[in-house]
Design a protein around this ligand. Structure first.
Ligand code: ADP
Ligand code: MG
Length: 409
């Protein structure tokens, strides 16, 4: 039997009208001789009664901090509620369904609450349902530890649930339904001219996700890639075909698209803070270098865009860790500058590999818009620029235009 995983994001199940549309997607899969396994996120967005952020704020309102273990317990409820409501919707249309929590679906994780890693999947209960012609409705974003504690997989974790189940049951394809028509050349919330792409390669979408495009979780891409399961990202609200994500070989024919561009997409990630650590040439400078990076690592602060010069070390961190790092550096008497409110904007594209002049074009695009570049970093297939967050919209639109990624080109 051909198996398909269909994952529905928060907005796709936000109200009854939308849940009825989910039924159409399930029905369509069945008509095409697929047996569906459905994965669901919590209903709606912050402010909606059962959305994840609403639940977190409810616990916060008591005025004390929720422990990580209990926070995961609380957050896992959103998906369970969503599953039961969707299950009823499908049952009303005559389908037999069974709701499974992440743990019941066999998703076993470590105990890193809030961002747990899946250790293994024991899909027997899912397979049991399938054998008995019952559609499993699985709560996304959650798992269980070996000793029975409920965990969550981090923001966007329902995508991970979908991929990891797809891998465990050997699904033909994993469909990710969301509130946009597919993977676009930039975040449509920032770039009105952004265009839906028909196909993207795993490595490109992985980079997009890593560099901030939250349309899919990077780990979900990684899992699909290692087991070579195609991912199809599409809208729950329209009939559009969406974006197919496969590997290079399988979709070779797409390489000959005459519209191929040097750059595939632009992504951005905000809430970055830049640190510049200056050295005065004192005799123990090498030792100080060593100590600096060891302290940062010991505090579990991840650093990025690292530029090292004899007299200066520059890097960025997630602003959430900013005050922690400032107090460490002060306590060790380092001489440093901090630039808060930064955004890392990245252009991504397999085709820029080895092509000269791409950086020149980036800088040209940004300077034409009078945007100061604070720092850059690059790889074979990406170029990132750090800018002030207040310039994000102008910068992303300028680069999108410069590389002719839009619908109007
Ligand atoms: P869901 O709840 O369905 O998982 P998300 O909010 O996690 O939805 O992801 C969908 C959102 O991702 C879109 O509304 C869009 O604003 C954002 N997004 C960011 N970058 C991109 C991109 N390159 N293509 C499509 N959507 C993007
Ligand atoms: Mg998401």
């Amino acid at each position: 039997m051909k198996l398909i995983v269909q994952k529905f994001g928060g907005t796709s199940v936000a109200n009854q009208e939308r849940r009825n549309m989910v039924v159409n997607k399930v029905e369509f899969a069945k008509k095409k001789d697929y047996f569906p396994v459905v994965v669901v996120s919590a209903i709606g967005r912050n402010g909606d009664p059962y959305a994840t952020d609403t639940l977190i704020n409810l616990a916060k309102s008591v005025g004390i901090e929720t422990s990580p273990r209990e926070l995961d317990l609380l957050m896992s409820c959103g998906e369970i509620i969503s599953c039961v409501v969707l299950s009823n919707t499908l049952k009303r249309m005559g389908y037999e369904c069974k709701v499974l929590t992440g743990g019941q679906a066999g998703i076993i994780t470590d105990d890193n609450y809030g961002d747990a890693e899946v250790l293994k999947v024991e899909p027997e209960k899912i397979l049991d349902c399938i054998e008995n012609n019952i559609i499993p409705i699985v709560a996304g974003f959650q798992g269980i530890t070996e000793d029975g504690n409920i965990t969550t997989l981090g923001r966007g974790g329902s995508d991970v649930t979908a991929s990891i189940i797809g891998e465990a049951i050997n699904a033909e394809i994993v469909e990710i339904y969301t509130d946009v028509d597919g993977v676009m050349t930039a975040d449509p919330a920032i770039v009105p001219d952004a265009k839906v792409m028909d196909t993207v390669f795993y490595n490109e979408i992985f980079q997009m996700a890593e560099y901030g495009a939250n349309v899919i979780h990077p780990r979900a891409v990684e899992i699909a890639m290692r087991s070579n399961i195609p991912l199809l990202i599409k809208s729950a609200l329209t009939e559009n075909t969406g974006t197919l994500i496969t590997n290079y070989d399988k979709s070779r024919r797409y390489r000959y698209d005459k519209n191929d561009k040097l750059i595939t997409a632009i992504a951005q990630i905000d809430n970055r803070t830049q640190f510049r650590i200056k050295f005065d040439g004192s005799t123990n400078q090498y030792e100080r270098d060593n100590i600096l990076f060891n302290i940062i690592a010991a505090e579990n602060i991840s650093i990025d865009m690292i530029n090292i010069y004899p007299d200066t070390k520059i890097f960025i961190i997630d602003s959430i860790n900013s005050s922690k790092l400032v107090s460490i550096l002060k306590s060790q008497s380092y001489n440093f500058d901090v630039t808060p409110n930064c955004t890392k904007v990245t252009i991504i594209g397999n085709k820029m590999r080895g092509i000269p002049g791409v950086m020149a074009k980036v800088i040209e695009g940004l300077s034409e818009s009078k945007i100061e570049v604070l720092q850059t970093s690059d790889s074979h297939t990406t170029i990132s620029c750090l800018i002030k967050s207040e310039n994000t919209n102008i910068a992303v639109n300028a680069l999108h235009e410069k590389f002719e990624l839009g619908k109007t080109k």
